[in-house]
Design a protein around this ligand. Structure first.
Ligand code: AMP
Length: 291
């Protein structure tokens, strides 16, 4: 019987805040030739994160969940200060799911005084989607993910398709920098009405929450129309109008090459990915589906 099935459900994961302690624990696991998976998160865990953890458990002997709200991927105007922090509830969820270790470094541990190095990704990080609206975002993400992958020396790391551009950026970064970790993509977990689970859904008022599933509905409608042969530009124009009508301010609704995220003129250039970012009230939501 595997270690995880023996009473693991009620065992609190080990919580580590310092790099030397993490390194010692990893050395013990490595000495036993255990396969290690990393699930990077910013906490405020929900069923989407738990899907990443469960898949990691199927692929590895030990699962590390990192919880770090990374300051360098937030612009000064963004929600770093108010980002939901629910460490106690997160730990309870991680105990229930049977995670082995929580890696929770402080900002000072990740970025000590004098820190001066950034990973600045190109390619899918510079295609005019999230990067156009959050110019510092992907350098922040690539730098922190490179550090987490190197710190944890994981065999695999799971990332959600929910953040599709991020998934492509991280996958390419791991390949380009010859990191040893294989990036595994996990499909988006949704509420029953289609809204993608997100820590930021907690910001939505009841009225905004009722409108929010329109984002996914519009993506599905556009994908069906494009598959039926309708022109991409016209279809997306109608989609944007439907979102505006519902109360969103649309940052983008685009059809892109699913691999490179380059713009496409026709469905024949597929496989496609439809990606959207839109604001409702003060909350910015993103989503995407296969085209
Ligand atoms: P975050 O804590 O928002 O930075 O997300 C941590 C990881 O969870 C990222 O790889 C996300 O793509 C993934 N994730 C977030 N929401 C979902 C979801 N609804 N379904 C699947 N994965 C998700």
């Amino acid at each position: 019987m595997s270690r995880r099935l023996v009473g693991a459900k009620s065992r609190r994961p080990q919580v580590i805040h310092s790099l030397p302690t993490l390194t010692r624990t990893l050395a013990r696991w490595r000495a036993r030739r255990e396969r290690i998976a990393l699930v990077p998160t910013m906490g405020a865990l929900h069923a989407g994160h738990l899907a990443l953890i469960k898949r990691a458990q199927r692929r590895a002997d030990r699962v590390i969940v990192s919880i770090f709200v990374n300051p360098t991927q937030f612009a000064p105007s963004e929600d770093l200060k108010n980002y939901p922090r629910t460490f106690t509830a997160d730990l309870q969820a991680l105990t229930r799911v049977g995670a082995d270790l929580v890696w929770a470094p402080s900002a000072e541990t990740m970025y000590p005084p004098g820190f001066a190095t950034r990973v600045v990704p190109d390619g899918p990080a510079a295609v005019g989607l999230e990067d156009a609206f959050r110019p510092h975002f992907f350098a922040g993400v690539a730098t922190v993910v490179a550090k987490l992958l190197l710190q944890c020396q994981a065999d695999i790391a799971t990332f959600g398709e929910k953040d599709y551009q991020q998934l492509k950026v991280v996958t390419l970064m791991a390949r380009d920098l010859d990191l040893k970790t294989r990036i595994v993509a996990i499909p988006t977990v949704r509420e029953s009405d289609g809204l993608a689970l997100s820590s930021r859904n907690a910001y939505l008022s009841p009225v905004e929450r009722a409108i929010a599933p329109t984002l996914h509905r519009v993506l599905v409608t556009c994908a069906k129309q494009i598959a039926a042969g309708h022109a991409i530009a016209g279809t997306l124009g109608q989609g944007r109008a439907a979102l505006t009508e519902a109360g969103f301010v649309v940052d983008y609704l685009e059809a892109r090459n699913a691999e490179t995220l380059a713009p496409v003129q026709s469905a024949r250039e597929g496989p496609l990915r439809l990606l959207v970012a839109a604001r409702i009230g003060k909350t910015r939501l993103i989503d995407n589906i296969a085209g």
